[in-house]
Design a protein around this ligand. Structure first.
Ligand code: ZN
Length: 432
């Protein structure tokens, strides 16, 4: 009943916020011109607010940006007083097929929720993510929902359901015996949160996932081997190297879940592209990441959410898991590692993506650093900066307007008054 109510409420919100209910076909809008007139533009790359700038969109691309844009007579003009126009934000670590653990425990989602139910819910998660101004997500594993992310991505691309652009990991790869759900008679087959593979099987697991639609490969370099245990490495360095070689050969990045120093060290040495979590990372490990150009996604919001689900009220004493996340961010920044904005959203509510950005500011980054990381920074880290993450001529028209200045107050990214993706207006005032 609670779920039905949520979905109905979501549908009503959708009806009231959409200004163009369905995207027109690419052919219809090839020549359509729209001039967006905010108070200022943040280009995603520089910590400078460009007051008085406007952005002209032609079809699905940015045609012009600057202070003196003359709109052709046929252009529709959208006035956005009081706002800053910026690139559509990029969520660096999402799980659209999970919902908050305080609603349903992770084990129960994997074991007892049919994939159709999880997919239906994921369509709602996709819509609220888009409406929150996040026009791209790097979705790091369906956690037991197989290849459903590939199907959801296609449904979004075909305009069947609204949602962000998706870079998908599909099933993700874990070492046999190293992942959950657990606690069953050994040998009994139960649904797992990822695909098990090891040794020589690993390379074919990578190939199968890529063949089925994975844009990147996610591997768990460490995990808890048993209940109540700390995380420990799961793959050898040679195994991780084999994964990286197979994925990179296919033009795919490798993302490593790693929270121990040794798991991180092996993953970095093997040549992965980003490390997720990194709680126990040492200064030495972060230095190695900097030297090899490996990005870091601290996922502070997941640590915060889990601590609160366990009863933490946000005050001192700060739980170990939360403290380690902030410490890792400090060490990574000291080493000069590129920081990703990715909260592990799904552990907490989709659409609350701003939570990670706010915690990063709490962890010592300036609002401008976080705003740049959430746009051009993530785009560079994920290899999509040739088309996304900045407001400049020729880029895809993924744009959001926020009420205020995100370079001085990151919380304004919660006040999204316009969302455009691929030149299609999903939220905001209609042009005239
Ligand atoms: Zn995750």
């Amino acid at each position: 009943m609670r779920i039905v109510t949520q979905v109905l409420a979501a549908a009503l919100t959708l009806a009231s916020t959409l200004t163009l209910a369905a995207p027109s076909s690419a052919g219809d809008r090839t020549e359509a011109l729209t001039l967006l007139r905010p108070d200022a533009v943040f280009d995603g790359e520089t910590a400078v607010l460009r007051k008085g700038w406007a952005v002209l969109v032609k079809g699905n691309r940015i045609e012009a940006v600057g202070p003196d844009i003359v709109a052709p007579a046929e252009a529709s003009v959208i006035a956005l007083p009081g706002t800053t126009l910026m690139p559509g934000m990029i969520e660096g670590h999402s799980h659209l097929f999970l919902h908050p653990y305080n609603e349903t425990a992770w084990d129960d989602q994997i074991l007892h929720e049919p994939i159709a139910l999880r997919t239906a819910r994921a369509t709602v998660h996709a819509r609220v993510t888009l409406m929150a101004g996040f026009t791209t997500v790097r979705d790091l594993g369906t956690e037991g929902a197989g290849y459903a992310d590939v199907g959801l991505k296609r449904a979004i691309e075909q305009g069947i359901v609204p949602g962000p652009r998706m870079l998908v990991a599909t099933r993700a790869i874990v070492a046999p015996g190293a992942y959950g759900p657990r606690g069953f008679e050994p040998g009994v087959v139960v649904p797992l949160g990822a695909e098990e593979a090891g040794g020589p099987d690993l390379i074919n697991a990578v190939r199968r996932q890529i063949g089925a639609g994975a844009d990147l490969v996610k591997v768990y370099a460490d995990y808890r081997w048993g209940p109540g245990e700390p995380s420990r490495p799961t793959f050898t360095e040679a195994e991780l190297k084999a994964v990286v070689e197979a994925a990179h050969g296919a033009g795919r990045q490798v993302v490593a879940h790693a929270s121990t120093a040794e798991g991180m060290r092996r993953a970095v040495s093997a040549g992965v592209d980003t490390i997720e979590h990194g709680d126990e990372g040492t200064q030495e490990v972060f230095a190695a990441m900097k030297a090899k150009g490996v990005g870091f996604c601290p996922t502070l919001a997941a640590g915060d959410a889990i601590a609160r689900y366990r009863g933490w009220n946000g005050e001192a004493p700060v739980p170990k898991g939360v403290r380690e996340g902030f410490d890792a961010l400090v060490k990574a920044r000291k080493a000069g590692v590129a920081i990703c904005v990715g909260g592990d959203v799904g552990v907490y509510a989709h659409g609350d993506n701003a939570r990670e950005a706010e915690l990063m500011v709490k962890g010592g980054m300036t609002p401008a650093e976080v705003a740049i990381a959430a746009t051009s920074g993530n785009a560079k880290m994920f290899g999509i900066a040739d088309r996304l993450g900045s407001v400049k001529t020729g880029m895809l028209a993924d744009l959001v307007a926020v009420e205020g200045n995100p370079l001085t107050d990151i919380s304004v990214i919660r006040k999204v008054s316009l969302v455009m993706k691929d030149g299609v207006l999903w939220k905001g005032p209609v042009g005239r």
